[in-house]
Design a binder for this molecule. Structure first.
Ligand SMILES: C[S@@+](CC[C@H](N)C(=O)[O-])C[C@H]1O[C@@H](n2cnc3c(N)ncnc32)[C@H](O)[C@@H]1O
Length: 353
């Protein structure tokens, strides 16, 4: 542009390195390499082998049964994001930002990384143009069946998803359970509660509460409520299909559930919850609430994963109000939490409580 443009044009041009923004877009397109490297590192458990201190690439490669040169190149990229560090002798160490990559660390998200980068999300995301052309999910086109049916087929595939969900939820369950003022007594039903991490957090925060973990039988087989000795006698499990039947309770929780489904399916599910709700009870939809702006928020990334791999979407405050109203429920308040999720509280429209 040289001297010919306005000051504003020159500033904008300069901000993009004088290339019209092309270099920044190329950089953005290369962004998929980082999660690919993160996945590779998580799979070979390299962080576990650095828990005791720095190690030379050859030693680390022997411990992880990997090629030393390839491992060095992967770690070099991950070091640019602060997960690993390299000393003057070329030994790699695990930095604070990489600790959660360890499988044995408190708050480990290794399983969540393996789920998010699994082929069930990765392949559909790579074909998002199919969503643009059809308005629908890509999943069935690739895997020949809907998302959750796929996981019901074999235990190994299911474990990647359900262990991943448990790890992803593990870092948010406590803060969410503490952010909402659950009643002191009564029964909390976690509808589609997976392995029970959120229900455990709720029962820990509310010693007068009992809980029911409701999900598919093959998911309940891997639940972790029994690991929590302090909760003994306060929980039970129930298996079933949440579109047709939901166990009765005073508080029904739907955490990371509605975003998996289309509006009509959500209304059916919410009606089943409405039928199971005790008088004066509450339904808690725990999901991201998309703000009406274009600022970055994880909800907008998740929204596209929901579009490509599932049939659902992330929703705005008004979307939730309309969905709940269609199921005979009234949105009473939205409680923010320290996580990316909020608690959307609802009660029956005909409930005066
Ligand atoms: C995205 S995961 C959320 C798990 C958990 N609530 C959490 O936040 O980690 C969705 C859950 O819904 C369960 N699910 C899917 N379809 C279901 C159905 N028809 N009936 C009962 N549970 C179902 C899945 O097995 C899975 O545990």
């Amino acid at each position: 542009m040289g001297d010919t443009g306005t000051a504003g044009e020159r500033a904008a041009d300069g901000a993009h390195g004088g290339d019209g923004g092309g270099a920044a877009l190329v950089e953005a397109a290369l962004g998929f390499v980082f999660p690919a490297a993160l996945r590779a590192a998580a799979l070979v458990r390299v962080a576990d082998h650095l828990a005791e201190g720095p190690r030379a690439p050859a030693e680390l490669a022997a411990a992880t049964a990997t090629d030393p040169a390839a491992l060095t190149r992967v770690l070099r990229l991950l070091a640019t994001r602060g997960l690993f560090g390299e000393d003057a002798q070329g030994r790699f160490r695990l930095e604070a930002a990489g600790q959660a990559l360890r499988s044995d660390a408190p708050g480990s998200v290794r399983d969540a990384i393996l789920m998010i980068t699994d082929r069930t999300f990765w392949l559909p995301a790579g074909r998002m143009d199919h969503c643009l052309n059809t308005g629908g999910s890509v999943f069935e086109d690739i895997f020949n069946q809907p998302f959750f049916d796929h996981f019901a087929q074999d235990a190994e595939t299911a474990a990647v998803f359900h262990d991943g969900m448990a790890a992803m939820s593990g870092v948010e369950n406590g803060p969410i359970a503490r952010a909402y003022d659950f009643p002191k007594t009564g029964t909390v039903v976690d509808v589609g509660g997976g392995q029970g991490g959120f229900l455990a957090a709720v029962l820990q925060a509310g010693p007068g509460l009992n809980g029911v973990l409701y999900d598919r039988a093959h998911v309940l087989a891997g639940h972790r409520l029994a690991d929590e000795a302090a909760l003994a006698g306060r929980w039970s499990t129930a298996e079933g299909d949440f579109f047709t039947d939901v166990p009765k309770g005073d508080v029904l929780v739907l955490k990371r559930i509605l975003h998996d489904w289309q509006d009509e399916q959500c209304v059916g599910l919410l009606r089943a919850c409405r039928r199971a709700l005790a008088p004066g009870g509450r339904i808690l939809v725990v999901d991201a609430v998309v703000a009406p702006d274009n600022r970055p928020h994880q909800a907008k990334d998740l929204d596209l994963l929901m579009m490509a791999s599932l049939v659902g979407r992330e929703r705005t405050h008004e979307d939730f109000r309309a969905l709940l109203a269609a199921a005979g429920l009234r949105l009473t308040r939205v409680v923010p939490t320290p996580t990316v999720l909020s608690v959307v509280e609802a009660q029956a429209l005909d409930d005066a409580a």
